[in-house]
Ligand binder design. Structure first.
Ligand code: NAG
Ligand code: NAG
Length: 223
């Protein structure tokens, strides 16, 4: 489709990215990881950032009727049309690890609850040594305990991470086809923008919930 553009998609349940070295990744312009563990996402993103050329990095997750896209375009310059002029823009993206390090109390009050819920489940899977999506309703009490711990540590009111949302995300942990189609469509548009350098790219999280049909963009970057 794009001449000279190499595209790499990892779909890893086990998250074993250690076998892909920096040199291997340097063959690609776009790296998409999906169904990866928390540590695998950090690792893959970190490796992409070590390359001398800029690689567009995307991490995609779908759980139940919800999906999340994380975008890291590093230092990204692009142009956009404003009235009759072409304006040059420059966006600085944080790594996945740096984005996640932003204290929850520093985020705006109407932050997507999916952001918190996804992080709680991701942490739970990591702590329990599970693969992505390897959670079920049987883990619910463990998840609630972890949620409480994280909310206390982050000074966030627990009501920001509704139990009902956590329950929904682990009850049907496998991906819902319509959500994958929507997330895949948005991802496709973003990849086209990143490669062409035209149009405002998403910065830096996108959340979609098929339950209410809402798609939300959140910029979660350290100050
Ligand atoms: C947490 O939020 C709920 C609902 O908005 C509110 O009723 C409760 O008082 C809050 N708790 C604290 C400790 O702020
Ligand atoms: C899980 O998926 C099934 C089948 O699509 C649905 O009937 C059920 O309501 C879902 N459970 C939750 C908690 O959303």
């Amino acid at each position: 489709m794009f001449c000279g553009c190499s595209f790499l998609l990892f779909v890893l349940a086990s998250g074993d990215l250690s076998s892909f070295d920096v040199e291997f990744l340097s063959k690609f312009d776009v790296v998409v990881v999906s169904c990866c563990t928390l540590s695998a996402k950090k690792l893959a993103n970190g490796k992409c950032r070590k390359l001398s050329k800029r690689v567009a990095f995307y991490a995609v997750d779908c759980r139940d009727s919800c999906g999340e896209i994380f975008v890291d375009l590093q230092d990204y310059k692009y142009s956009k049309k404003k009235q009759d002029e072409t304006v040059e823009c420059d966006l600085k993206y944080p790594s996945f690890e740096d984005a996640l390090s932003v204290p929850w109390r520093a985020l705006h009050r109407r932050m997507s609850k999916l952001y918190y819920a996804m992080r709680v489940i991701e942490k739970f899977e990591e702590a329990e040594g599970r693969s992505t999506g390897e959670v079920s309703i049987a883990d619910f009490s463990g998840l609630l305990k972890l949620k409480k711990e994280i909310c206390t540590a982050q000074s966030l009111n627990e009501s920001q991470v509704p139990d009902s949302l956590l329950k929904r995300l682990v009850t049907n942990a496998t991906e819902f086809p319509p959500v994958c189609a929507i997330i895949g469509g948005i991802l496709g548009q973003e990849v086209i923008k990143a490669i062409s350098g035209k149009g405002d790219p998403l910065k830096n999280f996108f959340f979609f919930d098929a339950f209410d049909g809402k798609g939300i963009i959140e910029d979660i970057s350290p100050k």
